[in-house]
Design a protein around this ligand. Structure first.
Ligand code: BEZ
Ligand code: FE
Length: 275
């Protein structure tokens, strides 16, 4: 086969993948070709635009290293991460919804006793955080692990300070009744990293880079699906325009002020049982 033109090229490429031995890989490659060709047919890029697209993807890859993942940020800001998350987390009624992991989770954060501060030495407004971990049917889960991280009062994660303390992350385990409590500082809204191609894309399209204030939680317990989620601050001006489309109503909570003047975030997490 030769002499392909714009009316015959798609079928020819699809046919070239027809003998792919792994049926899932065949499905993925043929869908990719169909959608990419459809995109090109719709947009009809000039050669200069096609070269600009290749340059953008090249720069995105060149921005990636072991501390920075610009392709995940691209996926996040195009809503792809939340779409993949939604498809993979069709949870039962009663389970706490998931949202994006984001690039700032670090494996192996220090495990601290209940009541400890997560944010030793960090400047910011003190905040108490407490709640419970249960199964989706309300059964308490003792010994559940909560891995927690958040930005500082300037909107930066500890890993963005080049490994310098204070750390703003820790792990806690629930008590015999499935309860947890610790103190920290209240994080603020912050921009996703804007010094790379994704920042240029947001700027060129008139989009802001902000995420509403939130605390990240990765909650796990035996016999249950691990929950990756955040709790957002009610009233934050960016709740309806999160740069990565991660906000869900059930994850928004008033960060109240207690009678003793301390800010407090209270949230109960319900995990979906493994089926
Ligand atoms: C975050 O919440 O840490 C995050 C998520 C997606 C992109 C950038 C940051
Ligand atoms: Fe975050």
């Amino acid at each position: 086969m030769r002499d392909f033109d714009e009316t015959t090229i798609t079928a020819a490429v699809l046919a070239r993948f027809a003998a792919t031995p792994d049926p899932r890989l065949r499905q993925v490659m043929q869908a990719l070709v169909r959608h990419l060709h459809g995109f090109v047919r719709e947009v009809e890029p000039t050669m200069a635009e096609w070269e600009a697209a290749i340059a953008f993807l090249t720069a995105t890859g060149q921005m990636c290293d072991d501390k920075r993942q610009e392709f995940i940020l691209l996926s996040d800001t195009l809503g792809v991460s939340m779409l993949v998350d939604a498809i993979n987390n069709r949870l039962p009624a009663g389970a706490t919804p998931s949202t994006v992991l984001g690039p700032f989770h670090v494996q192996g954060a220090a495990e601290k006793p209940l009541g400890a501060t997560l944010a030793a030495g960090a400047a910011g407004e003190p905040m108490r955080v407490e709640g419970r971990v249960t199964s989706a049917d309300g059964t308490p889960l003792p010994g559940a692990e909560l891995d927690i991280w958040h930005s500082d009062a300037d909107g930066l994660y500890d890993v963005q300070h080049g490994g310098e303390p204070p750390e703003l992350r820790a792990r806690f385990r629930t008590d015999a009744e499935g309860r947890f409590h610790f103190t920290t500082i209240a994080p603020t809204a912050y921009p996703v990293p804007t010094d790379g191609p994704v920042g240029a894309m947001l700027e060129a399209t008139g989009r802001h880079p902000m995420r509403p204030a939130h605390v990240h939680f990765l909650v796990s317990a035996p016999g249950h699906r691990t929950l990756v989620t955040h709790v957002f601050a009610a009233g934050d001006p960016y709740l309806d325009s999160d740069a990565v489309f991660g906000v869900k109503d059930a994850l928004v909570r008033e960060w109240v002020r207690d009678a003793d003047g301390l800010r407090a975030l209270r949230y109960d997490f319900a995990l979906a049982p493994l089926t």
